[in-house]
Design a protein. Structure first.
Length: 505
């Protein structure tokens, strides 16, 4: 890794008359100040300099130990400390005119790479050179340079993972069950007036019959899975601040899937008068006018409930007696922007979800996972009587991030178990795409560290197991149909009886 910086220090007055003392300072800095924290002979160096009026132009080169931009900041402070008392002079600001950063990536890039703030990026095999121009001191002080180098490495690495599916390994399957029918339940529920497409893409209105099925799924999840295992219910906000998503990675990982929240710039009635008048006259919403009346987004709608749950534990030390922490939320609807047109209830922009989240020692979470699998098996086998299977998947982002180690105890511990259901209307069991309708994850310290959650003594991990009620409903109705009398007896007992619904003329 090499850094080659051309920049300057702007002093508080003309310093041409003290050129000899500045030379003495730079020679000393090359031996001491710019070498601190580096192996002997591996510090930064001022390799060229000149003075014109109040400006000291500098060429600084370095390796990875003392970055050239850090060296420039050291010089800015050090020259004031050294010459300030005697000559009443100090450095007002530091500026970089051109900065060349050369480093190697683990792999050769397969495609062009771009990142913000640079004027040029080039590769010679896996040797990358970034060129920055007109860089301010403020920019240097925010550690952007190191993050840019890291980002280039991530982007090159991602090129080798993009398009890769998760590693999938069958763990268990129920075996085939004779389906009642082979129709798409969403389409039939629309025809039967159980469902109505929402006014926007990926939204649904559940009429009494469909609502009864979804609510039965909710009751089953709480009564048969969460309550027996000791989960406690919490209630959280539907809105999530950007600060939370920065810590969990959602805002950088899925910005194109988030729904954003904008607040009005003001509640002042007079300010909104023209907007209201335009609506009264045109009977349309003047969107161009609205854009000027709302603030930039500072939060988003719930994508998953666990980020806010982790936020609630931020910087807390959890007592040993409270481990494992077992909580769930069922109030915040999840919102995810899906591409393309409308889909059935199994793929929507807004959906109803229960999110169990757990925090504990690695041993506690492994034990909990086995208990949760037993409860899920009971529900899917005995109450819903589904044709389903479990698969171990290694999400590529965990493998890429080094969370998965094939040679240590974490293999088959950190990762996700997917629960998949056969949908007869999609084709044969062997050849059709199954629906992932449930998952169960242990995520190591992925979210524990960013929120600084600690135990009294033990190492903490966390995980979650999002229960998508629409997915459960889609899997069940795809196999069992819409006729109450053909549903499994235990599920009939959960509903009691179906509501009469609403007849339309």
């Amino acid at each position: 890794m090499k850094f080659d910086l051309y920049g300057s220090l702007t002093m508080s007055k003309n310093v041409e008359e003290i050129k000899d003392e500045i030379k003495e300072f730079i020679d000393s800095a090359n031996q001491d100040l710019l070498s601190r924290g580096a192996p002997e002979g591996r510090g930064a160096k001022v390799t060229g300099w000149s003075i014109e009026g109040d400006k000291i132009s500098l060429n600084i080169t370095s390796e990875q130990y003392v970055r050239a931009h850090d060296a420039l900041i050291r010089l800015k402070k050090g020259i004031g400390d050294t010459l300030g008392k005697k000559h009443k002079v100090g450095a007002r600001s530091a500026q970089v005119d051109e900065y060349l950063i050369t480093f190697t990536t683990e792999k050769d890039p397969m495609d062009p790479v771009t990142i913000p703030f640079i004027s040029d990026i080039s590769f010679d095999a896996n040797i990358c050179t970034l060129t920055l121009k007109d860089v301010t001191e403020e920019f240097l002080s925010h550690n952007y340079i190191d993050r840019m180098i890291k980002l280039v490495n991530e982007k090159v690495e991602n090129q080798y993972y993009e398009g890769k599916s998760e590693k999938w390994e069958l763990m268990w399957e129920s075996g085939p069950k004779e389906p009642v029918w082979n129709k798409d339940p969403t389409e039939v529920m629309i025809i039967n007036d159980w469902l109505k497409m929402g006014p926007e893409k990926g939204k649904w209105f559940f009429r009494p019959e469909a609502a009864a099925v979804v609510n039965a799924m909710k009751e089953i999840a709480v009564d048969e899975i969460l309550a027996p295992l000791g989960f406690q219910e919490i209630i959280e906000s539907h809105h999530v601040s950007f600060d939370i998503w920065l810590k969990t990675g959602h805002i950088e990982g899925s910005p194109n899937e988030l729904y954003y929240v904008c607040e009005p710039k003001t509640r002042d009635t007079k300010t909104w008068e023209r907007f209201r008048d335009l609506i009264k006259i045109t009977r349309q919403v003047p969107k161009d006018e609205l854009v000027n009346l709302i603030a930039a987004p500072n939060a988003g709608c719930c994508y998953a409930q666990c980020p806010v749950i982790y936020w609630s534990f931020a910087s807390k030390v959890i007592a040993d007696e409270s481990l494992p922490v077992l909580v769930y939320d069922r109030t915040a609807n999840s919102n995810r922007y899906e591409s393309g047109g409308r889909h059935g209830i199994e793929r929507v922009d807004e959906f109803h979800r229960i999110e169990p989240t757990y925090i504990g020692t690695p041993e506690q979470l492994v034990e909990l996972r086995e208990k949760m699998i037993d409860r899920y098996k009971y529900v899917f086998n005995e109450i819903l009587e589904l044709d389903w299977r479990m698969a171990w998947v290694t999400p590529w982002y965990l493998e890429q991030a080094g969370q998965i180690d094939k040679d240590d105890k974490k293999e088959k511990i950190i990762g996700t178990i997917d629960f998949e259901a056969y949908l007869p209307y999609r084709g044969t069991r062997e050849d059709s795409e199954w629906l992932e309708f449930q998952n169960l994850s242990i995520l190591g310290d992925k979210f524990i560290k960013p929120f600084n959650i600690k135990a009294q003594k033990a190492e903490l991990w966390s995980g979650c197991s999002g229960i998508g009620l629409e997915r459960w409903t889609a899997a069940f109705l795809a196999q069992k149909g819409l006729e109450f009398d053909k549903w499994p007896k235990k599920f009939q007992e959960k509903i009691g009886k179906m509501p009469p619904g609403i007849k339309f003329m």
